[in-house]
Design a protein around this ligand. Structure first.
Ligand code: ARG
Length: 291
């Protein structure tokens, strides 16, 4: 039972979790991995000599989609294109804040054509404000909206110059963060937004994936952040998706899930083992359509 004596509540008030966190209904865009393969290597997770199963990837993706729907979220689906095996990682193809869209421009030539498929999807679905970037930007792979700020990663994929471009196009303040560990090549492999209400802005991150200066920035902005361990990061546990209450995590990320539960979140586990062979997890498969 909870000790609710005044002394105890004062002592723990700085980290006390609200009794119940409130989810908000989300709208996501996902792309089924019908043509999923690992036939090139553009991050340390990808080993083209390792067998992968598109059927298993599709099963895992379908379970992820069903999980969102059972939590009351709306999932839009974009048709995959043959020859674009990484198109399942929809988060990399657009950043949508308040109905404005900044498209993607991929670093790897193998992924370049994905951006146009998503641009077409936005145009066909009523988005009027769609801007394609001039600088390399892998969208929500490196951009994380906290409700108040756009955190922006650089170091492996997205150009630092794309951060200023995102600020101009989306009209929101951007904070640049330097990634330093090649296993955590995208911001969304090192940090996840748990609560994106403007007054809250709670994140979880793995400090060692960031430069010293960026670690200081994160401590400054989020003194109450949940800190992840090397083990949490190694199963792509930071590639989670939160609706403000439920946090979708890879099945292996139970230690992280328990820490999030102490802060009032509900971990929801999904098997993404096949997709991880390409360096992706739940978040990579999920673009959030905001506004
Ligand atoms: N194979 C893909 C790549 O290396 C994986 C992308 C994962 N997406 C993400 N948001 N981290 O580009």
């Amino acid at each position: 039972a909870l000790d609710v004596s005044p002394a105890a509540s004062v002592e723990t008030s700085a980290i006390a979790a609200p009794a119940v966190r409130t989810p908000t209904r989300r709208r996501y865009l996902m792309c089924p991995p019908r043509y999923f393969t690992v036939e090139y290597s553009i991050n340390p997770w990808m080993d083209p000599s390792q067998p992968v199963s598109a059927d298993r990837a599709l099963e895992q993706w379908t379970a992820l989609k069903t999980t969102y729907e059972s939590l009351g979220h709306q999932v839009e689906v974009i048709e995959p294109a043959p020859g674009l095996p990484d198109m399942v990682f929809a988060a990399n193809s657009g950043t949508v804040v308040d109905g404005r869209v900044l498209g993607a421009r991929f670093r790897a030539e193998q992924r370049a054509d994905e951006a146009e498929h998503f641009r077409q999807w936005f145009l066909a679905h009523g988005y009027r404000d769609v801007v394609m970037p001039t600088r390399i930007n892998e969208a929500e792979g490196d951009f994380a909206w906290t409700g108040r700020l756009l955190l922006a990663g650089t170091g492996f994929r997205t150009d630092a110059g794309a951060h200023a471009e995102a600020q101009e196009v989306l009209g929101v303040p951007v904070v640049s963060l330097q990634l330093v560990d090649p296993r955590y090549y995208h911001l969304d492999t090192a940090l996840a937004v748990l609560d994106d209400r403007p007054e809250q802005g709670l994140v979880v991150y793995y400090p060692e994936a960031f430069s010293t200066g960026s670690q200081q920035v994160l401590r400054w902005l989020f003194p109450d952040a949940v800190l992840a361990t090397a083990e949490d990061a190694a199963c792509l546990g930071l590639n989670g998706v939160s609706d403000g209450r439920n946090v979708i995590l890879p099945t292996e990320a139970t230690a992280l899930g328990e820490r999030l539960a102490l802060r009032g979140f509900q971990p929801v586990y999904v098997d993404i083992s096949e997709l991880r062979k390409s360096g992706g997890g739940p978040k990579c498969c999920t673009m959030e359509l905001r506004g």
